[in-house]
Design a protein around this ligand. Structure first.
Ligand code: AMP
Length: 216
């Protein structure tokens, strides 16, 4: 088992890399952002509670996200390893993750920091959208579908989804939350000798290879 955290600001490519590693090698992706969006879509109590916070780009409480991760770690069958994407985002979450992994007899192997400069993050995020059927990621300018309105991968029509928080106002708040609450984790995992840094500006394949070299 290899357990891995992908750390980086919004738009660094954590989700894309996590998804590919899971498809190729059988890792289980644990994305608190995806779990919360799912809860919103299903209009659960939790979904209603977090909708406003997420739309603004602020962080939901540690208690909520730690609860979500705890449920997954104790219930999901997995022999390859977990990829944490968008979790932990605060020092309290990092401590809780360490304790949770301990309690199931596992440990954290690597923390991969994907770094990308802010200007590039804004370009990447403003204009990105996904296919709501298969999850393929697109961008209005850098990667539009080959045929307008049709997903290149699964062929579904007009099922594209723009994230509500992918706008300039929310993005500013998300970046602020990253630098204020999440970037201290870089030091935290450096001290634990788990941190590996990767330039997040290469192609998806290049970055994937760099991650593979770390977790081999
Ligand atoms: P993401 O998809 O990872 O960018 O997350 C989208 C939004 O969900 C964030 O802007 C937060 O509002 C919330 N969120 C996701 N993961 C966490 C977390 N670990 N801690 C607090 N809030 C989170």
């Amino acid at each position: 088992m290899k357990n891995l955290i992908l750390l980086g600001p919004p738009g660094a490519g954590k989700g894309t890399q996590a998804r590919t590693l899971c498809e190729k090698y059988g890792f289980v992706q644990l994305s608190t952002g995806d779990m919360l969006r799912e809860a919103k879509k299903d209009e659960t109590d939790l979904g209603r509670k977090v909708a406003g916070i997420m739309a603004k780009g602020e962080l939901v409480t540690d208690e909520i996200v730690i609860g979500l991760i705890e449920k997954k770690l104790t219930n999901d069958e997995n022999e390859i390893g977990f990829i944490f994407d968008g979790f932990p985002r605060t020092l309290a979450q990092a401590d809780a993750l360490g304790n949770l992994l301990d309690s199931i007899g596992q440990s954290l192997d690597h923390v991969v920091e994907l770094f990308v400069d802010d200007e590039k993050l804004v370009q990447r995020i403003i204009g990105r959208f996904t296919c709501s059927s298969c999850g393929e990621l697109y961008h209005k300018i850098t990667k539009p579908p080959e045929n307008a309105g049709i997903c290149d991968v699964c062929g579904s029509k007009d099922k594209f989804n723009f994230r509500q928080d992918d706008n300039e106002v929310s993005l500013k708040i998300r970046l602020l939350a990253y630098y204020r609450d999440t970037s201290p984790l870089i030091g935290y995992y450096h001290v634990l000798n788990k941190l590996r840094k990767i330039n997040g500006l290469g192609s998806v394949d290049e970055i994937q290879n760099n991650i593979r070299n770390i977790i081999k």
